[in-house]
Design a protein around this ligand. Structure first.
Ligand code: NI
Length: 170
């Protein structure tokens, strides 16, 4: 396994709509392992494949119901099939380090996809777990959390980010 370099807001791959995974093969299994290692190396709770430069529909996230790092979760071709309620909560993103803002998300969701063996799975999540999954699926559609706040807040975040990005990647 390897820690992969991250893409940051401003990198085009983060704005691409990721493509369906056709086959869960050895290459994908390696990518999954590397993404899990990268997420934990950066102390993140979730990571989408396009954040490491691969525009495929694959996300990994920490099972936040257990102590941090106990159970990495994997969803291939995830889609939200039910969503209920609304809740506000702070979000950050490994692709926009140092910035956080309150974002509204569905409180409870049901998600369908494939597990890391390529078997169909459905899972239900609420609160923080549901928030993380919604954030990561957004990534696969080229959407970042700054797109889900008011235009005023978005402008503030983007101008802060432009300074941070300059220091980070030049
Ligand atoms: Ni993110």
């Amino acid at each position: 396994m390897a820690v992969l370099p991250l893409n940051y807001m401003g990198d085009k791959v983060l704005r691409k709509k990721a493509k369906e995974v056709k086959e869960v093969d050895k290459e994908l299994e390696t990518l999954i392992g590397d993404m899990i290692e990268t997420m934990y190396d950066k102390q993140g709770v979730g990571l989408a494949a396009n954040q490491v430069g691969v525009a495929r529909r694959l996300i990994v996230f920490d099972n936040v119901g257990l102590p941090y790092g106990t159970e990495p979760m994997v969803l291939v071709n995830p889609s939200i099939i039910e969503a209920e309620g609304k809740c506000q909560g702070e979000e950050g993103c490994l692709s926009i380090p140092e910035l956080v803002e309150v974002v509204e998300r569905a409180e409870r969701i049901k998600v369908a996809g494939l597990d890391r063996q390529g078997q169909p799975v459905e899972l239900e999540a609420e609160g923080l777990a549901a928030r993380i999954i919604q954030h990561e699926i957004d990534h696969l559609d080229g959407v970042l959390f700054v797109d889900r706040v008011s235009p005023l807040k978005r402008n503030i975040l983007v101008s802060k980010w432009n300074k941070i990005r300059k220091e980070l990647v030049g």
